[in-house]
Design a protein around this ligand. Structure first.
Ligand SMILES: [Zn+2]
Length: 286
């Protein structure tokens, strides 16, 4: 049985066809969100057709941005706006005439890293995405732990500070409002008055302002992940998303986590191996 994975990104849709874990076909299409929901359905259909031309039987897994409501099966909290409130899974099942599996990008990331990436040797894996948002996925013995309401692993919306920064989710003080890329850039602006992208910010941390910014970031990163460890106690944490390229998270960031955790044994914090491909591989492996 072949496995098809589709990754729905903000600017591209990528498709992959696997024979067990070998890549048979791979293709990407650029998407234009302005063209709306129907054009996304069409693009998925074209991709699946193209990458399965020479095979007869296959499963389909879809990686979507945002969460999938267990109650209604609709997509919520997606930054691909035209997907919000849409019954994507039902529509695709009708279109392809078969059951498909759909998971959010953090769960797909965790699945891919646990099966083929940095966390292959570990039983309980916490996969973390820190980028424009903060998400996470839990893999236990090769399976996604989704939770009763499909929010297991969503550590980005646990509260670090009561009455802290306002979050789009309606709460205040969520982890995401402190350590996502946009949150970190906003904080840099508050401290220095400078509007600079994160790549530039992390080159300038020797001055006093830089030290303040970095200490806050490390404290918040450490507290957030220490809370996760205290509850889940995973065998490994794998970092993904744009922030996973910041080297000091694997040294000073790791130390900050370990200083705040309840345990006296360190949890490995590893960089992802699959990079941007984790979503599409994870989708195929669902
Ligand atoms: Zn929130």
């Amino acid at each position: 049985m072949h496995k098809v994975g589709i990754d729905l990104g903000g600017t591209k849709i990528e498709g992959i066809c696997l024979d067990e874990t070998h890549v048979i076909e791979r293709k990407r299409l650029s998407t234009n969100q302005q063209n709306g929901y129907k054009s996304i359905l069409d693009s998925i259909s074209t991709l699946v057709y193209d990458i399965t031309k020479n095979i007869s039987d296959y499963t389909i897994g879809i990686c979507t941005p945002g969460a999938i409501s267990k109650k209604a099966g609709l997509i919520k909290n997606s930054n691909t706006q035209c997907l919000i409130g849409m019954p994507l899974k039902n529509d695709l099942e009708k279109m392809f005439g078969k059951k498909i599996t759909m998971e959010n990008d953090a769960n797909c990331f965790a699945m891919a890293e646990a099966t083929m990436g940095a966390a292959v040797r570990y039983d309980v894996v916490f996969g973390v995405i820190i980028g424009t948002g903060v998400g996470g996925g839990i893999i236990i013995d090769g399976k996604i732990h989704k939770g009763r309401t499909n929010i297991a692993g969503e550590w980005g919306h646990h509260i670090l500070y009561q009455n802290g920064n306002k979050c789009y989710c309606g709460k205040s003080g969520c982890v995401e409002t402190y350590i996502s890329g946009p949150a970190l850039e906003k904080r840099w602006f508050q401290i220095t008055g400078k509007n600079e992208p994160l790549e530039d910010v992390i080159q300038n941390l020797d001055e006093n302002n830089g030290k303040i910014w970095k200490k806050e970031f490390l404290d918040n990163f450490g507290a957030g992940l220490a809370n996760v460890i205290d509850i889940l106690d995973p065998d490994v944490i794998v970092l993904g998303g744009g922030m996973s390229n910041i080297d000091f998270l694997y040294t000073e960031g790791r130390d900050s986590v370990h200083n705040k955790v309840f345990s006296d044994i360190d949890t490995p914090i590893l960089k992802n191996k699959l990079g941007d491909s984790a979503g599409v591989f994870g989708a195929a492996l669902l």
